[in-house]
Write a protein that binds this ligand. Structure first.
Ligand SMILES: [Fe+2]
Length: 312
């Protein structure tokens, strides 16, 4: 078997999806993640599937958060601009944009399935994040199963327990209802319970469902890849969270039960299915940030203002 994971152990099979695991892989040597491969991908990436975000760089006190387009720069030039600071580029839904990445994604999960007894996943997604030195991802929790694969540069990942007070249930419900990662409160004292991992090229990290985390790049350009998946158990947990959120927010009921099976589960499953068809659901989905700059070749200011427009 050609393997993507390296040095797999019995402990990895047991801990997969249940506890934080750092595992070696070889995707940083894969042609699809080489500078040439990524450069080619960036150049032709459709704007509705990427977010290029200008943020405050280190030492910049003014808060900046703008969305832009890569313009006519080559993929290699885009990566160079990001390396210079204050930018990140997220390529989303790779599997629908480029078939070769979808094939690789299927390969990854086929291998995981072979290695982890009973791990039957679906709804796979792959994304790439290219981010500036010292860039940060704020404290948040994700809904599907997650893995973070480091390709180039290094970053520090802080992982927190998926329980009170790190992850209050009403906050998780809000994320599930709106798709927005809002309202997850971070306290510096949480760090006493954090597990801290430094991720280097050729290392990947997985963690238990919904575990809050935040990420800090070290002082170099970082290229990482994320994979997402669902399992039957994750889908049930998600349906329950949405249903509990509806009960709490719209009916003032404090939900207690977390049963993933039986009549209580199915009552909640139908409640959240109705919600998904209702007009409230669409209204609460993410509002897109308008695009108002493109990348330019200028050395001192790579940001060129353009008339703002909303993608789709
Ligand atoms: Fe995340």
């Amino acid at each position: 078997m050609a393997t993507i994971f390296r040095d797999w152990t019995e402990g990895h099979s047991k801990g997969w999806g249940v506890e934080p695991l750092k595992i070696s892989h070889n995707l940083h040597e894969h042609p699809l993640f080489s500078k040439e491969g990524l450069g080619e991908l960036i150049q032709s990436y459709p704007i509705e599937h990427y977010s290029l975000i200008r943020t405050s760089s280190v030492g910049e006190t003014k808060k900046v958060w703008r969305r832009g387009e890569v313009g006519d720069l080559t993929g290699h030039e885009v990566i160079e601009k990001i390396a210079a600071g204050g930018l990140w580029l997220q390529l989303r839904e790779l599997k629908s944009v480029d078939r070769r990445y979808d094939d690789l994604l299927q390969e990854i999960y086929a291998e995981a399935r072979e290695r982890v007894p009973g791990f039957d996943s679906f709804g796979h997604e792959m994304g790439i994040l290219i981010s500036s030195p010292h860039a940060k991802a704020h404290y948040h929790a994700d809904l599907p199963g997650q893995a973070l694969w480091q390709i180039a540069g290094s970053k520090r990942v802080y992982l927190y327990p998926a329980e009170e007070p790190y992850l209050p249930q009403p906050e998780l419900e809000k994320i599930a209802l709106t798709g927005l990662e809002v309202g997850l409160r971070y306290e510096p004292e949480f760090d006493r319970q954090a597990l801290v991992f430094d991720l280097k090229p050729g290392e990947m990290l997985t963690w238990e469902l919904n575990a809050p985390h935040r990420v800090e790049n070290h002082g170099e350009l970082s290229i990482s890849m994320t994979t997402e998946h669902w399992t039957d158990e994750i889908r049930r947990s998600q349906m329950l969270t949405v249903a509990n959120g509806i009960l709490r927010q719209h009916f003032g009921i404090v939900p207690k039960r977390r049963a993933l099976h039986g009549p209580a589960f199915w009552a909640k499953a139908s409640l959240q299915a109705g919600w998904r068809r209702s007009p409230w659901f669409k209204r609460e989905r993410r509002k897109m940030l308008p695009v108002d700059f493109r990348l330019g070749r200028g050395a001192n200011n790579p940001i060129v203002d353009i008339p703002a427009y909303v993608v789709r």
